[in-house]
Design a protein around this ligand. Sequence first.
Ligand code: HEM
Ligand code: NAG
Ligand code: NAG
Ligand code: NAG
Length: 339
Amino acid sequence: MLQVPLSVLSTIRFLLFFLVLVLVEDPCRGRALNGGLSYDFYDRTCPNVEKIIHNVVSQKLLEAPVTAAGALRIFFHDCFVEGCDASVLIASSESNKAERDAEINLSLPGDGYDVFFRAKRALELQCPDIVSCADVMAIATRDLVNLVGGPRWEVQKGRKDGLISRASRVPANIPLVNHTVSHLISLFKSKGLSVLDMVALSGGHTIGFSHCKEFMTRIYGYNKTFEIDPSMDQGYAHSLRDTCPKKHLDPTVVAVNDATTPFIFDNAYYHNLKKGLGLLATDQMLVLDPLTQGYVDMMATDQQIFFDYFAAAMIKLGQVGVKIGSDGEIRQRCDFFND
Ligand code: HEM
Ligand SMILES: *[C@@H]1O[C@H](CO)[C@@H](O)[C@H](O)[C@H]1NC(C)=O
Ligand SMILES: *[C@@H]1O[C@H](CO)[C@@H](O)[C@H](O)[C@H]1NC(C)=O
Ligand SMILES: CC(=O)N[C@H]1CO[C@H](CO)[C@@H](O)[C@@H]1O
């Protein structure tokens, strides 16, 4: 019979013990929780990254105040399609219709794209080939939200830029105004975001605009019983009818998302919902559905609570489907893949 010497057994036991330690304490496992992102990612390679982006962003905001809302919506769309990998910035080519040109994107505003392109160009002068467009988007969006009155949070960095951008992958991943709350919940859940995250992120509609077609069915011929959506404040509905006449509707006309403080990032959005002043059907439903109305009340009660949950949810949004290592690249130009 083969005798296993005691020393071998104890070595095996030691190795097993060590393995358990590694499994429990492996720092990579902890990092994987943030998708491999870190706060100090560019500390050695581009220490001024945040300052450079901030300068560009604040200049752009002075020129075009609508930039904040545009950028925030583009960032959200980017993260929901292929993850936060700047795939939304890619220009279409002859052989590829990119995300930007998916129908829902036609309303994403040019100033929002422009601020990301400008920030990247400024970075390339000081730290060429170092900072990904995906990280530029996360940092610039944070700055813009903060500059229009919203909270500030530290941005985790280290995202790579994606290698795929297809218009055909957009529709299934982007919420529409005719979706039910339960559909929205499952869409957000599929991205790792909770109901609370969803209600907090919807507060992004405290700034920006929507085109008339997004709410026309609420203010004209709603259903057989009601001409106007009964959950909408009737005076508000009539003022929206003035903005968006049924006949000769100009498709470029927009209404502000937050009827009370349209240009300030605050919690007025939630107060509005409680008064029937939600613009989109999906906004108004958040206060009608028992799964979400408690969170709406909470955000309306205390702006600081909204800011804390919004910031936490933006950090989670910024982790959705991020690519690290060889999963992606550092683009030289945000609108074209390297080759
Ligand atoms: C919950 C589901 C959501 C739906 C159904 C939805 C839908 C829409 C629609 C239809 C518009 C108007 C687009 C246009 O006509 O130009 C819009 C605008 C906007 N959305 Fe959302 N959205 C949702 C969630 C979010 C989230 C999570 C964010 C970001 C945190 C966000 C940020 C924005 C912003 C900032 C605008 C204004 C854009 C501008 O002024 O150019 N939305 N949204
Ligand atoms: C929602 O609207 C889109 C067009 O904007 C339409 O294609 C889709 O069928 C609608 N979905 C539902 C559930 O009504
Ligand atoms: C019209 O909409 C209201 C509120 O959404 C609803 O209660 C009512 O049942 C609807 N009526 C018809 C005929 O669909
Ligand atoms: C097809 C199309 O019009 N795409 C547009 C998508 O949005 C950007 C930014 O506004 C435009 O530059 C594209 O032309």
